[in-house]
Structures are given as structure tokens and as C-alpha cells.
Design a protein around this ligand. Structure first.
Ligand code: CO8
Length: 381
């Protein structure tokens, strides 16, 4: 575990955030229609084996279940057509050469430009880029360096992966560079192309994820715009678990036919995750608030990781001491689904402009690893 308070002259703040949302969106009804068509075709193709008891029939998915179990009503994706074609149900993208910008970098750059514009920051004045996301499109060169080059940033960049907690771990890392004087302006970019890692034929999880990119500009207070968010304290925690795992992914395979077993994609024991992560995260938030001499019940807003509406309800209840309203703990699950590390940043990005100077809130992530990160912030100006 790693924790910091603000000390000395250099003091990290959040200057701005940015968001890129793919145009395509898949509703639950569209998703389920395609999934159920796939199930019917599969069962018809294996009718004899099913009748003989040799093969288990596949079971329909349902819109009602998805919304009730997760709070998700739709998800954005980069190219929806193949994902909901019952004959494909996998991502299909135009191949790009090594001289073309990769997909992850492209959406990361879009989110980063949004954050830079909101902060009024020239990219040339940024010192470092962290690409903090659940899945990288390739091992190297780092996605972050491609983003750095596209933005024209002179400095350094690297990738980091802590699954759903990548963005909060990135914020602490950026804050540490600023605290130590190694940088004054750091971009934490989280391009999440989850559609490349989801098993679209798995009834238990086909509805969970969506694609998006976010960016957080963490800077020293000395150069930050007048309106910014003080970072009051950050804390990270990891505990190994195999309950959420991905051994490979669609994006890196050579040929469509070579896709391997389901564990090459996202797999999870959703119930166990729910039960184990809720108490761990709620306790971590309360402990960290205590360390920072903050009353958790007085937090103006919680921008929680967006994995499951029920999970967020329970965590918020334990932190605030009462059932949280949408105003106290906003959700973006309904339109974005679970966007892994980007979720709490989208929630923050879309739901902070109404807060006033002095309001204190919490950006919090949790997910595979297990991993969890808290970033307590206070609005300035
Ligand atoms: N339609 C209809 N019924 C269904 C469906 C479906 N699609 N799926 C399951 N059911 C049925 C089951 O068959 C079961 O039936 P029965 O009771 O008769 O056996 C019943 O519904 C209940 O099943 P579950 O217990 O599994 O359902 P839950 O209520 O637990 O809901 C959830 C499932 C939504 C998965 C829930 O458990 C959950 O959200 N858990 C937390 C998950 C979580 O937070 N995961 C973190 C993942 S993100 C992360 O950290 C990794 C990063 C990944 C990056 C991106 C990669 C793609």
C-alpha cells in the first residue's frame, strides 16, 4: 500500500479532464436480439446432440436481467455492426499498418486534446504521458509514447495496467512525479477498447462493457488554471485474485479462426467479485477519509467505478451512512456500461461542474487484481 499527503511547495491538482465517446451505441434490446439469434442458431445446429443429452443447450439472455443485475441500458462501442451480427459477434476493424496511428492511441489522443483544451494547456508544456488502461493493444512501443508523439509532447511516456483501477493508479503516479519535482504537468490517458476483450457469446458477461477514452491532466498548482481540483490524498491497494481474469484478447490474434478458449477473453466470478470487493473498498474509503481527517458522511459527491449499480449503491451507503441519491453518487452505467478504468473518470467529468469551491468528493476505482484506488479531491475557485 502506498499513501501520500501533500507536503512541500509542489502540490498536485487536477487541472481538467477529457472524454472521447464513440458514436456507435448498442442498446440492451439490440444486444439481446443478436445474442438470442446466435443461441437459436447454435441450438438448431446441435439439435441432435442436444436431444441425445450430449450437448447442453445455450440459454437466451434477457433485457430485464441485464438492467436489473447491472443497471446497464446501453454501451458505446467503436464499430457496432460486427458485434451484434449473430454470425460474427466479435470486433472487426480495418487493419492498420505500423505507420498508421493505432486505435488505442487515436481515441486516447482525442480524450487528451479535450482535457488540454479545457485546461487551456499547450501540449508542448506537458512533461509526461501515462497510458493507464486495462488492455494494451500491443506490448511495445508503449501506447503512451505514440500518444505523446501525436500530441507533440517533449518528455517521457509509459504504459501502466492495473485493470479497472488503472486511472486512479495513474493519477497517484502523476501526483508523485509532481510532488517529487520530476514533472509539472502529466497527462493520464485511459483508452478502454473493452470490446476487444469481451466474450460476446457469453451470456453471463456479454452485456457488461463499453468502449471509451478519458484523460486527466494532473499538474502542479503553480501552473494550474484558476479553476481546478486539489488532490487531498491518494491511496492504492491490491490483493491478488483470479476472480476476474483475461489471458489474451481479440485485438492481438493473427487470424479470426485462431481465437482460443474463453479464458483468452474477459472471464469473472461476478458474484464473488461483488461480495469480496464491496467491503474491501468501503473500508478503504472510510480509513483513508479518516487518515485525511475528512468526515466520509460529509463528502459532497462520490464518483465511483462504474461496474455495477448495486455494488455502487452498497459502497456509497457504507461510506455516507445513508442510501445515496443520484446527485451524491452519479451513475453513467446506463449509457456507457462498464468502461473499466475510465468509468469513475467519466462520472467525474460529466458530473462536477455544479459543485462549488470547497466541495469535497472522491474518485474511486476497483476491479481486477483485485485493485482499488482512492483520490480525494476538493474544488478550488
Ligand atoms: N440474461 C438472463 N439471465 C442471466 C444472464 C443473462 N444475460 N446472465 C446470467 N443470468 C442468470 C444466471 O443464469 C443465474 O440464474 P440462476 O439463478 O437460475 O442460476 C442468474 O441470472 C443470476 O446470475 P448471477 O448470480 O451471475 O447474477 P448477478 O445478479 O450476480 O449479476 C453480475 C451478475 C452483473 C456480473 C454481477 O455479479 C456483478 O456485476 N458483479 C460484479 C462484477 C464486477 O464488478 N466485475 C468487475 C469487472 S471489471 C474489471 O475489473 C476488469 C477489467 C476488464 C477490462 C475490460 C475487459 C473486457
Amino acid at each position: 500500500m502506498n499513501a501520500h499527503n501533500n507536503t512541500g511547495a509542489a502540490r498536485p491538482v487536477i487541472s481538467a479532464t477529457g472524454l472521447f465517446t464513440p458514436e456507435d451505441s448498442i442498446s440492451n434490446a439490440e444486444l439481446v436480439e443478436s445474442f438470442n439469434a446466435f443461441v437459436d442458431r447454435h441450438n438448431a445446429a446441435h439439435a441432435d446432440a442436444i436431444a441425445a443429452g450430449e450437448v447442453e443447450p445455450l440459454v437466451h439472455s434477457s433485457v430485464e436481467f441485464i438492467e436489473k443485475a447491472s443497471g446497464i441500458k446501453a454501451r458505446h462501442v467503436i464499430n457496432k455492426t460486427p458485434l451484434i451480427d449473430p454470425d460474427i459477434m466479435e470486433p472487426r476493424h480495418e487493419p492498420r499498418g505500423n505507420d498508421d496511428m493505432s486505435m488505442m492511441a487515436e481515441i486516447g489522443v482525442a480524450a487528451a486534446r479535450d482535457a488540454l483544451a479545457r485546461a487551456g494547456r499547450d501540449a508542448a508544456d506537458v512533461d509526461a504521458v501515462l497510458c493507464a488502461a486495462s488492455n494494451m493493444q500491443r506490448p511495445y512501443p508503449a501506447m503512451a509514447i505514440e500518444i505523446q508523439q501525436a500530441l507533440g509532447i517533449d518528455g517521457f511516456a509509459f504504459d501502466m495496467n492495473v485493470a479497472c483501477s488503472s486511472a486512479t493508479f495513474g493519477i497517484q503516479t502523476a501526483a508523485d512525479y509532481i510532488r517529487s519535482g520530476n514533472a509539472k504537468s502529466v497527462l493520464v490517458v485511459s483508452p478502454e477498447i473493452t470490446s476487444g476483450h469481451l466474450n460476446w457469446r457469453d451470456r453471463d458477461s456479454h452485456f457488461i462493457f463499453g468502449d471509451v477514452a478519458t484523460a486527466v491532466l494532473v499538474e502542479d498548482v503553480s501552473i494550474a488554471p484558476a479553476e481546478h481540483w486539489d488532490i487531498l490524498g491518494t491511496r492504492l491497494k491490491t490483493v491478488f485474485s483470479n476472480n476476474i481474469r483475461n489471458n489474451f484478447g481479440f485485438l492481438n490474434r493473427a487470424e479470426p479462426e485462431t481465437i482460443g478458449t474463453p479464458d483468452k477473453l474477459f472471464v469473472q466470478e461476478g458474484r464473488k467479485v461483488f461480495k469480496e470487493v464491496v467491503p474491501m473498498v468501503a473500508q478503504m474509503i472510510v480509513d483513508e477519509a479518516d487518515r485525511l481527517s475528512l468526515d466520509p458522511a460529509a463528502l459532497r459527491r462520490l464518483w465511483l467505478h462504474q461496474a455495477n449499480a448495486g455494488m455502487n449503491r452498497l459502497i456509497a451507503q457504507r461510506v455516507l451512512g445513508h442510501e445515496a441519491s443520484e446527485d451524491e453518487s452519479p451513475t453513467v452505467l446506463d449509457t456507457y456500461g462498464n468502461t473499466s478504468s475510465a468509468g469513475s473518470i467519466i462520472a467525474f467529468h460529466l458530473n462536477n461542474s455544479d459543485l462549488v469551491a470547497g466541495d469535497t468528493g472522491l474518485i474511486c476505482s476497483f476491479g481486477a487484481g483485485y485493485s482499488a484506488g482512492t483520490v480525494f479531491v476538493r474544488k478550488v475557485a
